[in-house]
Design a protein around this ligand. Structure first.
Ligand code: FMN
Length: 218
């Protein structure tokens, strides 16, 4: 079994999203999976350019994005992956620009606009969306994020068969709040939460990865 995780944060070391993804992959590895972490911000690629080559009736290959750039080999590896984890910080209520662009390119070629919306990935694989965000759990409803998470969960499930969403809230944005504009936030409380609660989030991510890779063990 191989598990691919995509990091949609521009921050690659020790920060929230990448740490959770690393724990998720460690969980998958604990079940014997081979794992790969792709940093989207290392790649030069675009979102869908609406060429509709993936919908042309006379297309030579189905399920392939015609755009060729740094994302192409990643999409090729995902086509044969056994599990997929997309991790992204929330920027203005949604995925980062890189994750959104990747998501368009990832999903659209598998969607032939069938009458029943059936997609053509061809296998059911475990997928997960892992989101990190500054707001607290209690604020998610009033900020209106819930409907986005549920739409994304359904869309991933429509393309790959299953999807699980994990939310990590109230994250630390910078290590020293006294050095940045942050009147809105209590940096001390944020730091304390990061020390006390974030390790639990990492453990949840580990368990998620382990769960996703479990078919191998069973
Ligand atoms: C440009 C930008 C926009 C952001 N917008 C939101 C937002 O709308 N809601 C939120 O809860 N957090 C927002 N955040 C905070 C990040 O989602 C949060 O700090 C996240 O955990 C960062 O992930 P990272 O540490 O992996 O980079 C924003 C951060 C940036 C840089």
């Amino acid at each position: 079994m191989n598990v691919i995780a995509l990091n949609g944060s521009p921050r690659k070391k020790n920060w929230n999203t990448v740490s959770l993804l690393e724990h998720a992959l460690a969980g998958a590895a604990s079940q014997g999976a081979e794992t790969e972490l792709v940093h989207l911000y290392d790649l030069k690629f675009s979102g869908c350019i609406s060429c509709f080559a993936c919908k042309k009736l006379d297309r030579k290959k189905r399920c392939v994005c015609a755009v060729k750039d740094d994302l192409t080999p990643v999409l090729e590896r995902i086509a044969s992956a056994d599990a997929l984890i997309l991790g992204s910080p929330i920027y203005y209520g949604t995925e980062t620009a890189a994750m959104r662009a990747c998501f368009e390119r990832l999903c659209f070629p598998y969607n032939p606009y069938a009458v029943d919306w059936k997609c053509e990935f061809g296998r059911v694989i475990p997928t997960a969306l892992l989101y990190t965000m500054n707001i607290s759990e209690e604020m998610i409803d009033s900020f209106g994020y819930r409907s986005h998470f549920s739409l994304m969960e359904r869309t991933m499930a429509m393309h790959f068969g299953t999807c699980e969403v994990m939310l990590c809230t109230d994250t630390l944005q910078y290590s020293d709040y006294s050095k940045y504009e942050s009147a809105k936030f209590d940096g001390v409380a944020k730091g304390k939460r990061h020390e006390e609660v974030f390790p639990q989030d990492c453990q949840r991510a580990y368990e998620l990865g382990s769960r996703m890779a479990r078919p191998l063990a069973g």
